[in-house]
Design a protein around this ligand. Structure first.
Ligand SMILES: COc1nc(N)nc2c1ncn2[C@H]1C[C@H](O)[C@@H](COP(=O)(O)OP(=O)(O)OP(=O)(O)O)O1
Length: 211
């Protein structure tokens, strides 16, 4: 059987990690840049509960539109400060395109960031309520957990990452972010009566990082 191609929006050499649905990728006219930032502290992940606007009532990283004249890095830092009241040495972790059938004729291009340190106190704002969740143990996170004990930041009483209250595709790439694996991807959703259903997806990692 011939191997399936990567989505048309993916440029470069990437090795597939996961895909689903058919190959009928939705068309889009333009892309709009957004950011999304995740703070990992020991075995804890900081998410925000969205109190208004797009993604209402979901847990997500902190982020928003890249404003004219800003780089995505600058926008990610600004949004983290505006939405959670903290600063962090954010590192770029991945990129994915999000297109919606029944939605706008443009694609969200979401630049994803991560940081393992932060300064300030996560603080509720008009847009987001910050909440810590526990990161499940794995070989990588076990190392972080050991470091957490040393730093005294471990907390075993936290709830697990609430994938059921996040965007349907987050579980596909968040483990890559947590394990510091750079990724690219594409998700197509269908919007029906304000609800978003994941229809097809593709995520990959740079081929050069594969052994
Ligand atoms: C599947 O798609 C998505 N998954 C995830 N995890 N996050 C997504 C997805 N699509 C959009 N997002 C993120 C990207 C941004 O962080 C926010 C949306 O930004 P928002 O509309 O809140 O932008 P702001 O500039 O903050 O808006 P205001 O005008 O309300 O300040 O969702």
């Amino acid at each position: 059987m011939p191997s399936r191609s990567v989505p048309p929006s993916i440029d470069g050499e990437f090795t597939e990690v996961t895909r689903g649905g058919d190959d009928k990728w939705l068309p889009y006219k333009t892309k709009r840049l957004y950011t999304n930032a995740f703070i990992i502290h020991g075995n804890k992940l900081l998410l925000g509960y969205k109190k208004r606007g797009f993604g209402l009532s979901k847990y997500n990283g902190f982020g928003g539109k890249v404003e004219p004249g800003e780089t995505p890095d600058q926008a990610a830092a600004r949004e983290l400060k505006e939405e959670a009241g903290i600063e962090a040495p954010l590192e770029h972790s991945g990129t994915f395109l999000f297109v919606t059938e029944g939605g706008p004729d443009w694609a969200f291009q979401i630049e994803i960031y991560r940081a393992e340190e932060y300064s300030g106190t996560p603080t509720e704002t008009d847009e987001m309520r910050p909440v810590w969740f526990s990161i499940p143990a794995s070989s990588e996170t076990a190392k972080a957990a050991v470091a957490s004990v040393i730093e005294n930041v471990i907390d075993n009483d936290l709830p697990p990452i609430p994938y059921e209250s996040m965007w349907d595709s987050d579980y596909l790439w968040l483990p890559l972010l947590l394990s510091k694996t750079h990724f690219v991807g594409r998700t197509d959703f269908k919007e029906v009566d304000g609800a978003f259903k994941l229809e097809r997806w593709w995520f990959g990692v740079p081929t050069s990082t594969c052994t």
